[in-house]
Design a protein around this ligand. Structure first.
Ligand code: ZN
Length: 94
């Protein structure tokens, strides 16, 4: 059984690789249709998602405060900063 599962996972992976175009075409069509039928729900979930991310960043900034002077009164006044060249990821890409 476990072996069959592994075999299927490998088969699926290869299938997705071989049919990337076809899958993209299908999922684009599916997503478009889904949005058409669930626009309100999709918009609500998007708003919720953005809110969660914004809260996370806001709380993170308020918790850490300014690295130099410790200011932590307003998150909007704090920006993420990095030493030259050691940027590991963009906060917007997380
Ligand atoms: Zn400061």
């Amino acid at each position: 059984m476990a072996r069959d599962k592994k075999h299927k996972a490998e088969y699926d992976k290869q299938y997705r690789k071989d049919n990337a175009e076809k899958i993209k075409e299908y999922s684009d069509k599916y997503n478009k249709e889904y949005y058409k039928n669930n626009a309100e729900r999709v918009r609500k979930n998007h708003a919720k998602y953005r809110e969660r991310r914004r809260d996370f960043v806001y709380n993170y900034k308020m918790e850490k405060g300014c690295a130099i002077c410790g200011y932590d009164k307003c998150a909007a006044a704090l920006v993420f900063h990095h030493e030259k060249g050691d940027k590991q990821f963009g906060i917007g890409n997380r």
